[in-house]
Design a protein around this ligand. Sequence first.
Ligand SMILES: [Zn+2]
Length: 261
Amino acid sequence: MKLVSKNKEDTRRTFVVEGEPYWFVNSLRRIMATEVPVLAIEDVEFRKNDSAAYDEIVALRLGLMPLKTDIKNLNLKSECNCKGAGCSMCEVKYHLKEKGPKTVYAKHIKSSDPKLMPVFEDMPIVKLGKGQELEFEAIAVLGKGNVHMKWSPGLFHYKYFPKINTGKSTCTEAIDRCPLGILELKAGKVVVNELKQLDCHLCEACSDACKDIKVELDENKHVIMMESWGQLTCKEIVHKASSIFEDKLNEFAEKIAKDKK
Ligand SMILES: [Zn+2]
């Protein structure tokens, strides 16, 4: 596994996995998207809502708002010592009380744990007219993306590693045809800009234009791109997904061993 790039906040990463089959990469992608738990608002109790938006609409918006998640110290409700009754280890409480005229933003929400605030504080919730009030209590819990996408930690996709062989081509038409500007001219020859090589989506416009340029995919290498919604860093997502993957494989192996007996 080789890291290609990541941003400062570690909410975007691109890395290359070599020597693993596509099913391994795809399983990892699916686990990252649907099995790594994050926090999201699940229950809202409205005390007052004079805004133009129905309670259900405001509750939906609150549910989709990414919340910073402490994956080490929070439990899934179903796996918590309280046996699902709800406690400080599996529930986080939020409340809000605002009066118009104003736009209510995510930053106006108060949390029982200041570390678990909304990721984007300028996310608008609702507009209040003069004298209109909004007041609610909300409870957020950990959940998984396979139950509802509000509990998914981000967007993940992968592709085969592109191999572009320009050989000794001098056919500059390929440079103009490539929609991603991956090819360039160096000392009279068409070459691949290595920084842009991974952008290639194998459209083959270059090889259609110039027969001496070949585009292939490397089936032994995959490029994985991940973008976190901000609840967790990419590092946390990959670590958690790897440990879930390992647990699943162990469980599978145990079941097969039991069946053989
Ligand atoms: Zn609990």
